[in-house]
Design a protein around this ligand. Structure first.
Ligand SMILES: [Zn+2]
Length: 409
């Protein structure tokens, strides 16, 4: 059964159509659960050239187009129209812009706005299922608006940057993120985790009115690739090594001592987390177990390594004036510990001395990077089954880029 609605005025009004465009017909097909709205223009109408804006161009010919629109209750709605091409003296033959969709899209602007709003709160895959669209088409919409909004982003005031990487596709690919630490805003995300990511960040910064020489502080982990990239592309910036990553080096060293020692001291088996967690985060039975292992008569190398690590952690409570003397003392202790992994960790600290102590000046906080990390986890969830790393990057910008989207309301 087909119902032809005679009164097309309501839809004309609802779509906000302005002359020369008007609604010709609305066909509702209850079996297909589909509403088709046909739009047209009267003979002799004139249009503007989409390239130069010159008005008064007559239709040269037309092409039939259709666009998915917002659902009409539970029914899918489509607009169709013959879209004129104009012959402009300056620009040649061009397809005119229609007011309800952007050129090249198979969706209306309002449908795209809906997709953008939904994408902020649910996985793209779920939106695709809900709207009965292929997710690739939705990713293309997200990509368009993110790209457009990023073009207008202004990075001229950026001075403090955090760099961190995340894995995508089960660890086969990496994405490196550059974050404005003062606004916790993702400035740039790019594939890879090598020094060239810094070169790409620099040129992206410059294309957004940013000035590489104004970047004062950069916070990153101790990866040689990041360090050499910073030195090469941001020679005026001071490096701070992220506290979390520095502590990770110490934790790994303690764990290495324990793994070696457990070969002859089986009581150390399955105690890994006792040594890695801060004591205040341990449960009472874990504290009791740790207290036994720490007894002097046990004489464990792991305990000595543990004390060296705990002592290092006190570095962060020092004042800017006492920090270096404290670190020197610690370094002497660690390098004389006769514990190979602790000595290695101490040498690593020595090689990154200035960047570790820089924290006392820059006070760059890894809490923001951790916040960014939870954001990435959210982006990954939202981008579930994202097919390409490009899509993951689009989602990272959507969630963390603090972008201003130009969407119809
Ligand atoms: Zn023109």
């Amino acid at each position: 059964m087909r119902i032809i609605m005679r009164d097309t005025d309501l839809f004309q009004l609802a779509l906000g159509l302005t002359p020369p465009w008007y609604v010709v017909s609305c066909e509702f097909d209850p079996e297909k659960r589909r509403l088709d709205i046909e739009i047209d223009f009267p003979r002799g109408s004139t249009f503007s050239c989409p390239s130069c804006g010159k008005g008064g161009c007559g239709a040269y010919d037309t092409e039939q187009h259709s666009w998915r629109h917002l659902n009409f209750f539970q029914h899918e709605a489509y607009l169709t129209a013959r879209v004129p091409r104009v012959s402009c003296g300056e620009c040649g033959v061009k397809t005119v812009d229609v007011p309800w969709a952007r050129s090249g899209s198979g969706f209306t602007l309002l449908f795209e706005a809906l997709v953008m709003v939904m994408a902020k709160g649910m996985p793209v895959k779920s939106i695709a299922n809900l709207l009965k669209e292929h997710d690739t088409r939705l990713w293309r919409v997200l990509d368009h608006y993110v790209h457009e909004a990023r073009q207008d982003a202004d990075f001229s005031s950026v001075t403090d940057v955090g760099v961190d990487e995340t894995s995508s596709k089960r660890g086969h690919n990496y994405v490196t993120l550059f974050v404005n630490l003062l606004l916790s805003q993702v400035l740039f995300a790019t594939e890879g985790k090598d020094a060239s990511t810094l070169a790409r960040f620099k040129s992206d910064l410059e294309s957004h009115q940013g000035d590489p020489s104004r970047i004062r502080e950069i916070c990153c982990d101790m990866s040689p690739a990041f360090i050499s990239g910073v030195e090469k592309h941001f020679p005026e910036a001071q490096l701070t090594f992220d506290k979390f990553h520095v502590m990770k080096i110490l934790n790994e060293a303690v764990d290495e001592v324990r793994r070696q020692e457990q070969q002859i001291r089986p009581e150390l088996k399955r105690t890994r987390y006792l040594w890695l967690k801060n004591p205040q985060n341990l449960k009472s039975h874990q504290v009791a177990m740790l207290d036994v292992l720490k007894l002097k008569k046990m004489n464990l190398k792991t305990v000595r390594a543990y004390h060296i690590r705990m002592n290092f952690q006190e570095l962060w409570q020092q004042s800017p004036h006492t920090s270096e003397a404290f670190l020197k003392k610690w370094y002497f202790w660690a390098t004389h510990s006769r514990l190979e992994p602790m000595k290695e960790a101490a040498y690593t600290v020595k090689r990154h001395w200035d960047g570790i102590l820089r924290w006392f000046t820059s006070k760059i906080n890894n809490a923001i990077l951790e916040g960014i990390n939870s954001l990435i986890q959210a982006a990954k969830a939202r981008a579930r089954g994202y097919r390409t790393t490009k899509n993951l990057i689009t989602m990272i910008y959507l969630i963390g880029g603090k972008l201003q989207f130009k969407l119809p309301t």
